[in-house]
Design a protein around this ligand. Sequence first.
Ligand SMILES: Nc1ncnc2c1ncn2[C@@H]1O[C@H](COP(=O)(O)OP(=O)(O)OP(=O)(O)O)[C@@H](O)[C@H]1O
Ligand SMILES: [Mg+2]
Length: 196
Amino acid sequence: MTIEYEAPDGATPLNPEELEQLIPLHITSMAELNAAEQMNIVQADMWAFSRNRKGLLEIKYAQALHKRMFGDVWLWAGRFRQRNVNIGDVDAYAVPTRLHQLFGDVQHWLENNTYPPDEVAVRFHREITWIHPFVNGNGRHARLMTDLILKKMGSQRFSWGGGDLVNAGKLRSDYLEALRAADDLDFQPLLDFCRF
Ligand SMILES: Nc1ncnc2c1ncn2[C@@H]1O[C@H](COP(=O)(O)OP(=O)(O)OP(=O)(O)O)[C@@H](O)[C@H]1O
Ligand SMILES: [Mg+2]
């Protein structure tokens, strides 16, 4: 089965080989695909928040979470990308090293109270979206990972602008604009957006 796949602005398009790895045979439209992914993600969210999150700051956890979020829908769920993408500047081969480094940084910030919790969260969020570890689902995975790190710090999860970030619209463009400011080390717009 094939679908007319449309990647929204600021997202990474899937190539034909990756599209072939769709699991549910009944899916023929983007609306059905989004719904199937969303159902999978809701379950992953409950799974992650209802358990102890030992290993949260490790590569294995990040992959397991992505697999939980997308594993009913895509065969590539939980696997790091093997090709370069149009977001960030991290070559595919460097993804594990960069992630390892990021988790080490977060651990250090937590141990030394380097930043307030929300700032730890947005710095982590910007960096993991920039690393872009997977072929798709990076935004949604990064947002859930960020919320879990907030939980670990004893904070409430972010509102992420209070609405739908998956479909194109003002909220998504505001989010992407805040991320681009964070690319230039200005974290305030992202801090404001995430708690709006
Ligand atoms: N300039 C940027 N800097 C950092 N991250 C970015 C930038 N532009 C886009 N991103 C991130 O990349 C994500 C899109 O990547 P991808 O398509 O893999 O994720 P997704 O979960 O499928 O998308 P969605 O955001 O629609 O949920 C965006 O949601 C955002 O988090
Ligand atoms: Mg996407």
